[in-house]
Design a protein around this ligand. Structure first.
Ligand code: UTP
Length: 328
C-alpha cells in the first residue's frame, strides 16, 4: 500500500529548533520523529510513500534515503505552505492509478501506536480519532450510526470530543482527488488555507462513507511540551539504558552509545544524543541533541538542540549556622 506523508511545514511552534532542522527530524527518544513513523508504517505493511517536502526538504530527503532504504520513497515539493489539503494535492500524481487501490495519509509529526493492519483492510474510508478534552485545535468528527456525518476544522464550539489525529485511510482516492481539485481550483480556503478536512467533508457530501478507528497511543510533536511528553511515553516503551562508571541512570532513558558522560545523574525521561558530552550534570525529563555539551548544570523539562553548549558552575557558599539560602 502507498502512503503520503506531508512534512512541508515550517514548524513555527518549535522554534528555535526548527530554524536549523525541519520539525520531523527532531530527535525524540533516540530517533527523529519521522523515523518513528516510517518504522511503524513499514512494520504494518506500507511499502512505498510519497513524502511532501518544503521547508528544509533536502535534509528530510537525505535522511529518508540514508536511513530508510526499506521504504520505496519519492519526494514532491510543496513550494508554498498553503495548508494540508494543498500539500496532499501537490502529491496528486502519486495517487494510485488502480481504481480499487486505497491510499494512506499520515502527518509527518504524528507518532502513533496502533495496529494499522486491520485499518488498511477497511472497506470504507477510515479516520484515526481520539477523545480529547479540548478538541478546538483539531479537526473534529461528528458520528451517527457508526459513520462520520460531519467534519469541522478547529471549531470554536466543537459538537463532539472526537479529534481527528492525523491518520487517514482513503478507500477511494479518486474522489478525494476530485474534491481537492475543486477546493484548489475554486480557491475554497478556510482560515486562509486549503484544508484536507474540507475535502473529506466534500467526500462525505458526495456519499462516501467514513468510519473511525481509535488511536489511543497518539503522540503529538507540534510544540516543545508535547515533544517532551512524547519523549517520556516513547522512553517508557523502549528506553535504552547504558551502564557508565561514575554515572547514575534513573530509567527510562535513552543514552546514545557514542555519548560521553561523567559524574552525572541521568533520568528519568532523558534522551542523550550521539557524541554528546555530559559532565557534572543532572538531567531529567529532557532531550540533549547530538554533539552537544552540557557541563555543570541541572536540567529539567528542557530541549537542547544539536551542537549546542550549556555550561553552568558549582556554587560557592560560606553560610553560617541557621542561615537560609535559596538558589531558586
Ligand atoms: P502543522 O500545522 O502541525 O505543522 O501541520 P507546521 O505548519 O509545520 O507547524 P507550525 O504550526 O508552523 O508549528 C501538520 C503536518 O502537515 C504538514 C506539516 O509539515 C506537518 O507534518 N503540512 C502542513 C504541509 O506539508 N504543508 C502545509 O501547507 C501545512
Amino acid at each position: 500500500m502507498h502512503a503520503i506523508i506531508p512534512v512541508a511545514g515550517v514548524g513555527t511552534r518549535l522554534r528555535p529548533h526548527t530554524y536549523t532542522l525541519p520539525k520531523v527530524l527532531l530527535n525524540v527518544a533516540g530517533k527523529p520523529i519521522l523515523g518513528h513513523i516510517i518504522d511503524k508504517l513499514v512494520a504494518d505493511g506500507i511499502t512505498s510513500a510519497t513524502i511532501v517536502v518544503g521547508y528544509m526538504g533536502n535534509l528530510v530527503e537525505d535522511y529518508v534515503r540514508t536511513y530508510h532504504k526499506s521504504l520505496k520513497a519519492d519526494f514532491v515539493v510543496q513550494e508554498e505552505q498553503l495548508g494540508l489539503g494543498h500539500s496532499i494535492w501537490t502529491a496528486r500524481n502519486s495517487f494510485p492509478k488502480d481504481e480499487d487501490a486505497p491510499l494512506f495519509i499520515i502527518l509527518g509529526d504524528t507518532i502513533f501506536d496502533v495496529d494499522l493492519r486491520p485499518v488498511l483492510r477497511s472497506k470504507f474510508n477510515a479516520l484515526g480519532v481520539k477523545h480529547v478534552e479540548d478538541p478546538r485545535r483539531f479537526g473534529v468528527a461528528e458520528l451517527s450510526g457508526g459513520y462520520i456525518t460531519k467534519l469541522v476544522e478547529k471549531p470554536e464550539k466543537p459538537a463532539s470530543n472526537l479529534a481527528v489525529v492525523g491518520l487517514y485511510f482513503i478507500s477511494n482516492p479518486k474522489v478525494l482527488l476530485e474534491c481537492l481539485n475543486e477546493i484548489v481550483t475554486k480557491d475554497l480556503r478556510n482560515k486562509g488555507e486549503y484544508q484536507l478536512t474540507d475535502a473529506l467533508q466534500m467526500m462525505i457530501d458526495r456519499g462516501e462513507r467514513f468510519v473511525t478507528f481509535s488511536v489511543d497511543g497518539w503522540y503529538d510533536c507540534g510544540k516543545p511540551e508535547t515533544v517532551l511528553s512524547t519523549n517520556r511515553h516513547l522512553l517508557m516503551r523502549s528506553g535504552k539504558n547504558r551502564e557508565i562508571v561514575g554515572v547514575v541512570t534513573i530509567p527510562p532513558v535513552y543514552i546514545a552509545s557514542s555519548a560521553e558522560i561523567s559524574n552525572s545523574i541521568i533520568g528519568p525521561y532523558a534522551t542523550i544524543g550521539e557524541r554528546a558530552q555530559v559532565h557534572d550534570a543532572i538531567i531529567r525529563n529532557s532531550i540533549i541533541g547530538d554533539e552537544s555539551s552540557v557541563d555543570g548544570v541541572l536540567l529539567d523539562n528542557s530541549i537542547v538542540g544539536n551542537n549546542a553548549n550549556v555550561k553552568g558552575a558549582f556554587k560557592r557558599v560560606n553560610a553560617g549556622d541557621s542561615s537560609e539560602i535559596d538558589f531558586e
